[in-house]
Design a protein. Structure first.
Length: 181
């Protein structure tokens, strides 16, 4: 879990590879063609299906708690809360969105980011990070407090993330997993 630009996808993919577990990217399940957003019911069904298809564990990257409720957190054993400082998240989003727009990189289901959306839209990710960072930082601990069975790892820097990832136990040595979100 974490704000945009927090490093969820980078860490999630690396963790899934290290643990030899399926990787579930919530953005890919949320955003249909032409950026059509899944309804909460559609998203819950898609995520539930993905988690059921991985009974030995999974790594989920994303948030969407208002749509998903406990769909992921009720099944997770660990949550990594990526909580970088505002300017770190902001500059990462500027770089990521600008790079994707310049390269016309396809994200999910044919969707691409654009400079117009990045700079001049109410959907601007850099502006969203500026507006939501503090709120998000307060909200995640509230959400997680409703799931006391989940171990929470809070990471604020890239070096902390690298150290934590190196300490993650590969699947061959790990106890049976119920999931990591």
């Amino acid at each position: 879990m974490g704000i945009s630009g927090g490093g969820k996808t980078t860490l999630g993919r690396a963790l899934a590879e290290r643990l030899a577990l399926p990787y579930v990217e919530l953005d890919a399940l949320q955003h249909g063609p032409n950026w059509r957003q899944a309804t909460p019911e559609e998203l819950r069904a898609r995520v539930s299906a993905a988690l059921r298809s991985a009974p030995d564990g999974w790594v989920v990257d994303g948030n969407y708690h208002s749509s998903l409720g406990g769909t992921v957190l009720d099944r997770a054993d660990t949550v990594v809360f990526l909580d970088p400082p505002l300017w770190t998240a902001f500059w990462r989003v500027v770089w990521r969105t600008g790079s994707r727009a310049a390269l016309r990189q396809e994200l999910w289901n044919g969707n691409r980011e654009s400079f117009r959306t990045m700079l001049l839209s109410r959907y601007s990710m850099p502006l969203w990070v500026l507006r939501q960072h503090g709120r998000f930082r307060r909200r995640v601990p509230e959400i997680l407090s409703a799931h006391p069975h989940v171990d929470v790892v809070r990471i604020t820097t890239g070096s902390e993330a690298r150290r934590w990832l190196q300490s993650a136990e590969p699947a061959a040595q790990a106890a049976p997993a119920t999931g990591a979100g």
